[in-house]
Design a protein around this ligand. Sequence first.
Ligand code: H2P
Length: 801
Amino acid sequence: MFSNKDRFKESFLKRLESMCGKGFEESTKRDQYHTLGNMVREYISSKWIETNELYRSENKKQVYYLSIEFLLGRLLGQNLLNLGIKEIVEEGLSELNITLSEIEDCESDPALGNGGLGRLAACFLDSLATLNLPGHGYGIRYKHGLFDQKIVDGYQVELPEQWLRHGNVWEVRKPDEAVEVSFWGRVETSCDNNVLSFKQVGDQKVLAVPYDMPVVGFHVNTVNTLRLWNAEPSSFGPNHDILSYKRETEAITDFLYPDDTHDEGKILRLKQQYFLVSSSIQSILASYKKENSNVRELHHSVAIHINDTHPALAIPELMRILMDVEGLTWDEAWEITSHTVSYTNHTILSEALEKWPIYLFKPLLPRIYMIIEEINERFCAELWDRYPGEWQRIEHMAIIAHGLVKMAHLSIVGSCSINGVAKIHSDILKNREMKPFYELYPWKFNNKTNGITHRRWLLKANPELTAIIKDVIGDEWIKQPEKLIDLKRHIYHPALKESFAAVKRKRKEILAKKIAEKNGIIVDIDSIFDVQVKRLHAYKRQLLNVLHILYLYNRIKEDANYTITPRTFIFGAKASPTYYYAKKVIKLIHSLADKVNNDPRVSKVIKVVFMENYRVSLAEDIFPAADVSEQISTASKEASGTGNMKFMMNGALTVGTLDGANIEIMEEVGRDNIFTFGLTASEVLKYEENGRYRSMEYYHHDLRIRQVVDQLTNGFFSEDEGEFESIKDSLLVQNDQYFVLRDFASYIEVQEKVGVAYQNTDKWLEQALINISHSGFFSSDRTIQQYADDIWGIGPVALKM
Ligand code: H2P
């Protein structure tokens, strides 16, 4: 059906009639989307079946990537591209007077993630399949995913997200492969022939039903699987109070990150995590046992990766199944588990390192708790042997301490590999945050600098730029992204610069049109498009960006001779619903936008735009249009960042601190092709140690700072004067935890340099092209190859094309 455009057209029209019961003329765009989606999925299915058969027959090692988030983005366009049938479909559709993008707009973004963590998982799936590596994702099929963000009077309002409202053409429900997951109850211990056995009784069972989605590699026959679990009532459920059982069960897969400010919410999150790992491990073992009789060999055929600590219960769950179901001894089970599981750490922020109170954990997961207790006891005994008498060290490293179960410690002790996501982050883990663990297990620690799939972030998001690159250096770089460096030889050619400038301009026009439609703001295409899009968090310092804009506003108002390169500041960010500060910052951005955009003089040179409901599809419009990429986290706090890589790949210049992967971007492009500022990580860490930072001093000594900070509460904004008091307090009363005021002057200075540099169009274009040329290193193909070689020990299993 996709062999040529006529065959495609014919099959499309026929399928539309049979699926929707209407002729083409009466069909809606959604009908057309469903028809095309179904055709594509059918086209994928034979390769999918063949891939699975091949994996079974070759019986090579496979990796399972467990993640609480998978931020996939829309799949139609990406699948067409990866299958190599996008052009045929586009041509066929154009003869029917429709464009692919109109149809694509009917697909909802599966909002199964929040930020970098989930998007990284999605990039990894794309690279695994493209490299013909046997690797699959395991996650949760949240009915509502992350919330939809609406802005009402400048405030974020959260609405339930509805990605499944019109069904999901990509998924296949597999009720025959459903498994049971147990909660609550108690553990009964019995002893037979000196062998202890454990049984969870009086438990509540939940049915985990898998929905499989195909993961199509680029121009290969490999189709891997993303398995998403749905919670449903089990036929072994209680026979009383059925309604509340049903409600409680379904709640497990209703939302991503339920509110955990109270115990009920914490229990729900813990349930989600155990639900994910128990169903996944059962499914992994079932599939292993189809081809292998000896479970003792599991680690030779299976690698299980835990993406952050959310799936850390995979460790005790694998132990439980190996001992209680398969009958292995503790030592045998431990040997297998600790050689099967590997762990990625994504942050050093202590608030994000999960710790569960025992009083919640133990009743919900009694057998799992027992196993963790045993792991902890054995681990502490090992420590005692190695560090006799060093109580403090042992207490600090224990998995269970002070009434809490520490998931990061469990992950380290039970894994064969622990990696950070950028060089500096991995170093901080080794030398500070996890130092005692590094001293104990130095061989476990390693770095895998993050990457992004250039197939979505360049080929799909920016076909115009892709075409230019192909014109100049051919298309080898698509399979070998490091070859993008070949572009560097051409950056001084006026023709390349001109065509790149034209593409950038076109993409800015497209974005400007969206901004006009959605925000009613007319922006200047010739201005610098200066973008900060990412989760809203204090350490990412959207506030620093805001205060700089406020400073510019003041300069323009106060000094008639002040000139500035025109700029459009674009923000996109969701704030976690219970994160009060982050929501205030969103409101502040809107209040600032009102001031700036409505001032006749200021709005001629600067504009502020907040784009609602930031998500993958919106990001695909934003990255190609950006001139400047804001990566301004407090040094040491952003583990890596991945948006920085997407901007770079689309020819935006970074304004950044020496944090996360910004440092590696700088090493790639050279100091002259990035704008760095602010404290270094070691300076920040030193301040944190010696407590010598006093934000008040900066407030008192720098008039520019005093002015902008005072404006938060002195009636400058039309809101109630108390509206932004908490933000001001964070800077002064709470001594500015993220060093916003400390880095303010340096940030202003670097931003001035950016303004001047942009005036020199020729040089700017060269710098942008240098950034693109060096972006190949940041392809997730490189990252995944490193995981495959160094951590998982897996190799390609390829179907012939
Ligand atoms: C996190 C880190 C980023 C990192 C990403 C992927 C948790 O993402 O903070 O520094 O790049 O994981 O490893 P985010 O903040 O975007 O939600």
